[in-house]
Design a binder for this molecule. Structure first.
Ligand code: TYD
Length: 136
């Protein structure tokens, strides 16, 4: 895909009583989990994100419903639709990303490799391009 971005399939324990999936710290996903947060009750047409992270790596799962993860590496854009709870998208640091096109009742779980820190955010696309080029 794009610069280390990949879909990661999670274990799926199929059971007539209801299926079960999971991930553990440093298993299934390629970083140590420092933080989890989730986005929900998104009104139709709203967009979340729209920034990049200097250090944070993320793993994003559609626990319920569906949405698109839109990634930009400064040159090109890639849109990935997530709609199952047994796989997720690994997003390395230094990619511009937004979450869009949320279905009704969509629930986006995001796990991050860093604690919340406003200074990890790059909120200006021009700054992002500059930092991206400097990191080449
Ligand atoms: P933010 O990541 O800026 O959301 P978006 O990129 O969709 O606009 O987060 C929105 C607010 O939530 C911001 O004021 C900071 C707060 N927040 C935390 O306190 N902890 C967190 O882990 C996250 C992700 C956000």
């Amino acid at each position: 895909m794009m610069e280390g971005v990949r879909l990661i399939n999670l274990p799926k324990i199929i059971d007539p009583r209801g299926n079960l999936s999971f991930f553990e710290n440093e298993n299934q996903i390629p970083f140590k989990i420092k933080r989890s947060y989730w986005i929900y009750d998104v009104p139709g047409g709203q967009v979340r994100g729209g920034h990049a992270f200097k250090e944070s790596q993320e793993f994003i799962i559609a626990l319920s419903g569906s949405f698109d993860v839109v990634l930009h590496n400064g040159v090109s854009e890639k849109r990935i639709n997530l709609n199952r709870s047994y796989y997720g998208l690994y997003v390395p640091k230094l990619l511009w990303r937004s979450l869009e096109n949320f279905s009704t009742n969509a629930l986006a779980l995001i796990v991050s490799s860093v604690a919340y820190s406003p200074s990890d955010y790059i909120r200006d696309f021009k700054d992002f391009k500059t930092i991206k080029n400097a990191n080449k």
